[in-house]
Design a protein. Structure first.
Length: 494
């Protein structure tokens, strides 16, 4: 006869035994050493393809007064920002009043409006962590705002005020002129700035609007009447492109824009301003800015370049990649192998609607100046005469194509490009045309553009450095070395 107690104890024993075996198994497993995965060579790594670029939805329309408007909703954050591009620029200011456009761009904001002084604007905006800013550069003017969604109506009203009703307060104009005079006094403090400024003068010419500098005298010549007249000549709705992005409702925003800008009258018919002509001022030569206190040289060399809308721009950008950066020829040869430069570069640097430059150079110790220049020239000649390798081409194209996506990291970048292309008359898909051009670039294309656009016989060379310490001397490059005088003209006593 079976014992009923044994039926009860047996399951408990089995459970205990199972638990003991499981514990022992875990102890054994925990003591087995981990086996590391065999590391793979970087060439074996696989990456997901670069994502397709998607242009966010947007609306473009035009007010009856001629102002073009772009609207792009983005509800990710409770923020709204906007920019208006104005068809103007400091290249349009009179030669005897250089600095005028800068004064207009600065004082139209700091000088306040008919309804609010500049200080009142500052207080209202600071209380809401908002901003309204204005400025004028070489080829365009701009005004911008940013605000929390809840403050949009008030900030947008102030933005419209600043654009349409600036008063150019005389005290703020004088303050801006004093600040500009301070910048003139300090403009020779940084040798890198000297090199950039003087190189532009050698390429475009001292009096070119793409190279000229503000002087005390041209600043003194500027009056408030000049500021008001310059504003009146260019700040009109038909001269503007407005773009707004952020957390808003497009229908309500259209109504708001109509309310603030729709009744702004267009200017009477004016002839379009003539754009300054561009030609290379110095066709060749070696130039020196002697700075005895320096222990290194700042070198810039190059010639006149071209525009973004050149059909060869994609191939030239591939050429830029072959020359520059880690793995580029100049870095590998001039910096790494020969040890001639702290930094070295060379690139075709276009502009939108006037010729840019081809510019090369770097920074080196004084006794490395001439060897650096010769090494850069040798690399330029190598690119012109010898085809690049397929490996170089593939690497350069990958670098350019893979970085393409970063042009569209956020919708604001996309909107900015759309506005900029319309401003300069480029097709809205210009960047995608460029992408296709890069992808189709061949070894033959790279050599062709190198031969066509890199022109050693037109290269101008500028050195900012210690003449006595530059050994071998610059005369080993050219018997005729021209010294440049960068003395700042003193203001005339009043």
């Amino acid at each position: 006869m079976n014992n009923p107690k044994s039926k009860i104890k047996k399951p408990k024993f089995l459970r205990w035994l199972g638990l003991l075996l499981l514990t022992m198994l875990l102890v054994v497993v925990s003591r087995v050493p981990a086996v590391a995965a065999t590391p793979r060579h970087y060439t074996e790594l696989e990456f997901a393809p670069v994502p397709e670029i998607q242009i966010p939805e947007y609306t473009r329309y035009k007010l009856d007064n001629g102002m073009v408007v772009y609207l792009m909703e983005d509800h990710e954050l409770p923020l709204v920002g906007g920019t208006v591009l104005i068809r103007t620029g400091d290249r349009l200011e009179p030669v005897d009043k250089i600095g005028l456009a800068t004064m207009v761009g600065e004082v139209m904001r700091t000088g306040g409006t008919k309804q609010h002084s500049g200080d009142e604007l500052n207080a209202l905006l600071e209380q809401r962590a908002a901003s309204v800013e204005t400025g004028i550069g070489t080829a365009s003017g701009s005004a911008s705002f940013s605000a929390l969604t809840e403050d949009l109506d008030m900030v947008f009203d102030l933005f419209a005020e600043v654009i349409q009703e600036p008063v150019f307060a005389p005290d703020k104009l004088e303050l801006a002129k004093r600040q500009q005079a301070g910048q003139i006094a300090r403009r020779n403090d940084d040798p890198n700035d000297i090199a950039g400024r003087e190189f532009q003068k050698l390429i475009y010419g001292d009096n070119s609007p793409y190279a000229r500098t503000v002087e005390y005298q041209t600043l003194d010549n500027i009056t408030r009447d000049d500021v008001v007249a310059f504003y009146g000549q260019y700040f009109h709705p038909e001269n503007m492109i407005l773009g707004i992005i952020g957390d808003f409702d497009s229908a309500k925003m259209r109504s708001r824009i109509q309310e603030q800008f729709g009744n702004w009258k267009s200017a009477s018919k004016r002839s379009q301003p003539t754009m300054p002509e561009v030609s290379q001022a110095k066709q060749t030569g070696v130039f020196l800015v002697n700075q005895p206190q320096l222990t290194q040289s700042y070198v810039q060399m190059g010639h006149l370049g071209g525009q973004f809308n050149s059909p060869d721009y994609p191939a030239l950008d591939v050429l830029n990649q072959i020359m520059n950066g880690f793995g580029g020829r100049l870095f590998n040869e001039v910096r790494s192998r020969q040890g001639l430069a702290y930094s070295v570069y060379g690139y075709w640097n276009p502009s939108f609607d006037f010729p840019g430059t081809f510019i090369a150079g770097g920074q080196t110790r004084s006794d490395g100046t001439v060897p650096l220049i010769k090494a850069v020239l040798a690399e330029i000649e190598e690119l012109r005469t010898t085809p690049v390798t397929q490996a170089e081409l593939a690497y350069a194209k990958d670098q350019v194509v893979n970085s393409f996506v970063f042009n569209f990291q956020d919708p604001a970048q996309t909107l900015s490009r759309l506005m900029r292309y319309e401003y300069y008359g480029y097709p809205e898909d210009f960047l995608f045309q460029y992408q296709k051009g890069v992808q189709s670039t061949t070894v033959e294309d790279v050599q062709r553009v190198a031969q066509k656009y890199l022109q050693p016989d037109k290269i101008v060379t500028l050195v900012v450095g210690n003449a006595a310490a530059i050994q071998p001397p610059l005369t080993s490059l050219s018997a005729d070395v021209t010294s440049l005088d960068i003395t700042i003209p003193e203001p005339k006593s009043s």
